[in-house]
Design a protein around this ligand. Structure first.
Ligand code: GLP
Length: 293
C-alpha cells in the first residue's frame, strides 16, 4: 500500500484530486467508483474547480440506504447530486448508484455487479474509511470476498452518520453496498482519511493484521492502493517516517513534472507520456507527484 501523508486534509485531498484528474485526462471514459461521507467533500470541490471533461466518464457509487428514495435529502443520490454531479458535465446515463427502493435487492445487486463488469471494471475506486475500518458499508466481520449485497449497519455507523439525518433514530438499518470483493477488483483504490478519529482504523488497515474486524485491512492484499492521509489520521502509524521518506524520494520516472503551458509530462515506466489539459489551461500545481505510478 502506498501511504501519502500530508500536513492538512487540503493537501492530502489535492494529491487525490490530481490522481483523478490525470486518469480522466488519460482515459476520458474512465470508470470511477465514488464514495460519500464528509471525507470526500473537499475532493469533490477541488475536482469541480479543475473543470475536467466528465462527458464520457462512468461512475459507480459504493452504497445507498435501503428505503430511501433518490430524492430523500439524506440519500446518497442527493448527496452526489448536490456535491458533485450538478456541478460537472457528466451524462446522467453514466451515473450508477444503488437503488434504495428496489423491490428485489438480490436481483438489483447482481445487476449492479454485471453493470460494473460490462463497463470494463472500475479503474479507480475512491474510498473513505469508517472509525472501525469499514469501507463502503462493509461493516466489521463482512466477508473479505463479499459482493454487492444488503448489509445491516452497526450502531456505531448509524451514530456516525446521524448528522446527515438529524438524529440516530432516523438512520436506516439496512443498506446496499458494493462488497469488499467488488472493491478489490478495482484497478486502483484511493483511500482518504483525515482527523484523529480515523487514526486507529488507519493504523489497523495499513499495519495491522488482515482481518474482517477491520475491513479496510483487506486492501493490504490489493496490488495498487494509495492512502492519502493528513497528519492526524496518520498519527498512529509506526512506519510513518518510512512512508514520508519514500514519497519524498520517488525516482524521477515516478514523478509528474510541474505543468508548463497546460502540458504536464508524466513518466509511466520507461515511456514518457504527454498529458495535455483538454481546455488548454494549466493543470493546478497542487502536487508534483502522482501516487502509485
Ligand atoms: C459511511 C460511508 C463510507 C464512508 C464512511 C465514513 O459509512 N458509507 O463510504 O467512508 O461513512 O464517513 P466520513 O467520511 O463522514 O467519516
Amino acid at each position: 500500500m502506498e501511504i501519502i501523508i500530508q500536513t492538512t486534509p487540503e493537501a492530502a485531498t489535492a494529491v487525490a484530486a490530481r490522481t483523478i484528474a490525470l486518469l480522466v485526462r488519460k482515459k476520458p471514459d474512465a470508470v470511477i467508483g465514488l464514495a460519500t461521507g464528509c471525507t470526500p467533500l473537499l475532493l469533490y470541490r477541488q475536482l469541480i474547480e479543475m473543470k475536467l471533461d466528465w462527458r464520457k466518464v462512468r461512475t459507480f457509487n459504493l452504497d445507498e440506504y435501503v428505503g430511501l428514495a433518490a430524492d430523500h435529502p439524506a440519500s446518497y443520490h442527493s448527496f452526489m447530486a448536490e456535491h458533485l454531479f450538478r456541478h460537472i458535465n457528466i451524462a446522467r446515463k453514466n451515473i450508477h448508484i444503488p437503488d434504495g427502493l428496489t423491490r428485489d435487492v438480490p436481483a438489483f445487486c447482481s445487476r449492479y455487479e454485471k453493470q460494473i463488469k460490462e463497463a470494463g471494471g472500475i479503474d479507480l475506486q475512491l474510498l473513505g474509511i469508517g472509525t472501525d475500518g469499514h469501507i463502503g458499508f462493509n461493516e466489521v466481520t463482512s466477508s473479505l470476498a463479499s459482493r454487492t449485497r444488503i448489509k445491516t449497519l452497526t450502531s456505531q455507523t448509524r451514530l456516525d452518520n446521524a448528522g446527515f439525518f438529524g438524529g440516530e433514530e432516523k438512520v436506516p438499518h439496512h443498506v446496499i453496498t458494493m462488497g469488499i470483493g467488488t472493491i478489490m477488483e478495482a484497478r486502483h483504490c484511493l483511500m482518504l482519511a483525515f482527523g484523529r478519529k480515523k487514526a486507529r482504523a488507519i493504523a489497523g488497515a495499513v499495519e495491522g493484521a488482515v482481518t474482517a474486524m477491520n475491513p479496510a485491512s483487506a486492501l493490504q492484499m490489493h496490488p495498487r492502493t494509495t492512502a492519502c492521509l493528513d497528519e492526524e489520521a496518520a498519527s498512529r502509524l509506526k512506519m510513518s517516517d518510512y512512508y514520508r521518506w519514500v514519497y519524498a524520494n520517488k525516482p524521477d520516472w515516478q514523478k509528474i513534472q510541474p505543468p508548463f503551458n497546460g502540458v504536464g509530462i508524466i513518466s509511466s515506466g520507461r515511456r514518457h507520456k504527454q498529458l495535455l489539459s483538454r481546455n488548454g489551461t494549466s493543470l493546478p500545481a497542487w502536487t508534483a507527484r502522482v501516487p502509485g505510478s
